[in-house]
Design a protein around this ligand. Structure first.
Ligand SMILES: Cc1cc2nc3c(=O)[nH]c(=O)nc-3n(C[C@H](O)[C@H](O)[C@H](O)COP(=O)(O)OP(=O)(O)OC[C@H]3O[C@@H](n4cnc5c(N)ncnc54)[C@H](O)[C@@H]3O)c2cc1C
Length: 210
């Protein structure tokens, strides 16, 4: 899996402060250091709509369709563009292998064998039986590798992260959420500091990243 930034609102924390201060008619209270306290106040009060003024666009590659199916359930303030299985042939049928299967010799043998059978069936449907990719794809598995770009405003992103960083979330989407949070924190630290501290800071300290 790889998560990278395609675009983001420049000086997002500053923009959020500027927009939020309109509500309180407090533009005159802006100082070079006031954004941090102001944004933390917005988040504590649940004044989340102000966070919608900033957005971020990610490119995510090397994830499964099992993950992307969960991801696109997030509807509000989120936009997606995913590689098509109608217009793009998956003739190599790349797939994601969960650690629980990778580390289990019997399970991995069955898994790789099944993927090989699927790959063969998919290609035979198109090459021998002249079935279009949009119909041949019906045999493809949840494991199938995909890539997508997505844009989320900061309110939507925080909502997504809250749900998908929870220990109950599925491991693959949780791993992706961690990378998204790391990138979001790097471009707008005050808007994501509470989540970074809660979910990632300890891990980053443990591996000497901070
Ligand atoms: C651990 C976990 C397990 C899950 N398991 C399942 C499962 O087994 N089966 C399954 O189907 N889904 C499952 N989901 C998906 C979950 O039900 C949501 O569809 C998904 O998390 C998107 O959340 P959301 O609707 O809050 O996000 P968004 O669609 O982005 O919505 C954001 C917010 O907008 C508001 N909103 C959006 N649409 C409406 C609406 N129509 N009416 C009123 N308010 C609205 C709500 O406040 C909502 O929280 C699971 C999610 C998690 C995190």
């Amino acid at each position: 899996m790889n998560v990278s930034l395609l675009a983001y609102t420049q000086d997002a924390d500053i923009l959020i402060e500027k927009c939020g201060r309109v509500c309180y008619d407090s533009k005159d209270k802006t100082t070079p250091k006031s954004a941090e306290k102001f944004i933390h106040m917005l988040i504590e009060r649940g004044h989340d709509s102000v966070l919608e003024h900033a957005s971020i666009t990610f490119l995510v590659t090397g994830i499964s369709r099992a993950l992307s199916h969960q991801l696109v359930r997030h509807r509000v303030g989120c936009s997606y563009s995913q590689r098509s299985q109608r217009y793009v042939k998956e003739d190599k049928v790349s797939y994601i292998v969960p650690e629980s299967i990778k580390n289990n010799s019997g399970a991995s043998e069955l898994y790789y064998k099944t993927m090989g059978t699927i790959r063969q069936a998919y290609n035979d449907l198109m090459n021998i039986y002249k079935v279009k990719p949009e119909d041949a794809r019906f045999v493809l598995p949840n494991a199938c590798e995909t890539e997508l770009s997505m844009t989320m405003n900061f309110r939507a992103l925080r909502h997504f992260l809250r749900l998908r960083l929870d220990p109950h979330a599925q491991w693959e989407i949780r791993n992706m959420a961690m990378e998204m949070l790391r990138l979001a924190y790097s471009v707008a630290p005050y808007s994501f500091e509470d989540m970074y501290t809660q979910y990632l800071k300890g891990l980053d300290i443990a591996v000497g990243r901070v």
